[in-house]
Design a protein around this ligand. Structure first.
Ligand code: ATP
Ligand code: MG
Length: 420
């Protein structure tokens, strides 16, 4: 087998890999014909095996009996990466993995799927990273990249270069332009929102070193998963006992963890159920926390989070949504308007918009120097974000082609430059 290289976008929610196939840059088919794969891992407790992506998610949704994990990228930079997860198979056998091991299984899957797609082995990669894995903590941020690099090395990557995800998106967009532009990249995914200001053109695209064209980069660890969490805390967690008054307030961290994609599975253990049962003894209205305990016992946290995410996504095109919560209780629903969603997200959206405008300032530019705003990532579809940006940059064209593929494609362009 020949040795090849790739551009790898390991995303909080979805991943893509750009490869060289028959001498052309192409997006690898990672799950049947799909060139994206949800960053999801499912441990089947009956069969004792592991599934990934859509297949893993659908096994979980069909109650195959097992543990789902998602958004593990958000654990990079934290000590949780070394924590052990114990899983008990139907046979009674215990399996224990660290999060580093689990991340490794997913990275390995991306690698083997890509290798199968091109028929060569892959040992070199340009890997995307957010501008900040962790906000306002340089040490933790460095640790995050180190942890990811270690996982990549353990899975057989020998030559690894990192590139900022929004810079990669700029390279992908650049491959489509016919004249020089100054572009603001806004990449809003599941975990982070990242910004770059880049000077692009067909001529510059051929240059080996782009240092002087990349005018500024910035980013915040706030994105789609935070929107889901805020929405869940506002609309769903009160139905499970959050914020319910009484003599003994229930510690908030249980609700916050159930509302946060990357932490849900940390509740799935007997100790948590014991603690909550104990707390509920002193609570007046026991019904609510009983719902919470049931959700944890049946490991339904990701189902709940998916209901919330689904409503959020539908509110991008609709004005009103009903969230069906029959999994908590027959007939239970929560309803929500786009306006309410925007109120819930307002503070975080403000931080993201400030981040984008700050990046333009850091580049030494004025708002009207930006010709194009290239928006990418799933959360960039949210109408209020677009509206805010258009107000601040009235003369800029907003372009949002290929919301899920541009970072991976740009990393592939960079890999071509480095490794070809
Ligand atoms: N139409 C939509 N409206 C609002 N949000 C959406 C829409 N479609 C997808 N999303 C959100 O986009 C996010 C996933 O986007 P994406 O796949 O770009 O993230 P990612 O690249 O995996 O994350 P990151 O780059 O932060 O590591 C999820 O939070 C999802 O709920
Ligand atoms: Mg992304």
């Amino acid at each position: 087998m020949k040795k090849s290289y790739c551009g790898l976008d390991f995303g909080t929610s979805n991943s893509t890999v750009a490869v060289l196939k028959d001498n052309n840059l192409a997006m690898a088919e990672l799950e049947q014909k799909h060139t994206t794969i949800p960053s999801a891992i499912f441990f089947d407790m009956n069969k004792g095996d592991v599934s990934f992506g859509r297949k893993g998610v659908s096994l979980y949704h069909n109650r195959a009996g097992g543990r789902l994990m998602r958004s593990l990228k958000s654990l990079l930079g934290t000590s949780t990466m070394e924590d052990m997860c114990r899983m008990t198979l139907a046979t009674g056998e215990n399996k224990i993995f660290s999060y580093t091991d689990i991340l490794g299984m997913f990275i390995k899957h991306l690698k083997t799927q890509s290798e199968e797609f091109i028929g060569d082995s892959i040992e070199q990669a340009v890997v995307g990273r957010p501008v900040h894995f962790v906000d306002y903590n340089k040490t933790a941020d460095n640790l995050a990249q180190k942890q990811l690099e270690k996982v990549l090395q353990q899975q057989g990557f020998k030559d690894i270069a990192f590139q900022f995800e929004p810079v990669a998106a700029a390279l992908a967009y650049e491959s489509t332009v016919s004249k020089e532009e100054t572009v603001l990249i806004v990449d809003m995914g599941g975990g982070t929102s990242d910004f770059s200001v880049v000077r692009i053109s067909p001529q510059r695209h051929l240059k080996a070193n782009r240092k002087e064209d990349i005018l500024a980069n910035d980013g915040v660890h706030i994105a789609g998963n935070d929107f889901d969490r805020l929405l869940s805390v506002d609309k769903i967690m009160p139905l499970l006992g959050y914020g319910v008054g009484g003599h003994t307030p229930i510690p908030n961290h249980y609700f916050m963890r159930l509302a946060s994609w990357q932490e849900i599975q940390t509740l799935y253990n007997r100790k948590t159920i014991r603690e909550l049962t104990e707390i509920n003894r002193a609570v007046e209205n026991k019904k609510l926390l009983e719902r919470m305990i049931k959700v944890i016992e049946y490991e339904e946290g990701h189902l709940l989070a998916a209901c919330v995410e689904d409503a959020k996504i539908k509110l991008t095109s609709d004005n009103q949504q009903t969230i069906g919560l029959s999994l908590i209780e027959d007939g239970l629903v929560a309803s929500l308007t786009r306006q309410e969603l925007e109120q819930t997200l307002a503070e975080k959206v403000g931080i993201i918009i400030n981040g984008a405008t700050r990046t333009v300032k850091d580049a030494g530019l004025q708002a009207n120097d930006i010709q194009t705003i290239f928006m990418t990532g799933g959360s960039a579809s949210i109408p209020v974000i677009r509206k805010n940006l258009q107000q601040i940059f009235p003369q800029a064209n907003i372009n949002n082609a290929d919301m899920f593929g541009s970072v991976g494609k740009g990393l592939g362009i960079e890999a071509n430059r480095l490794f070809h």
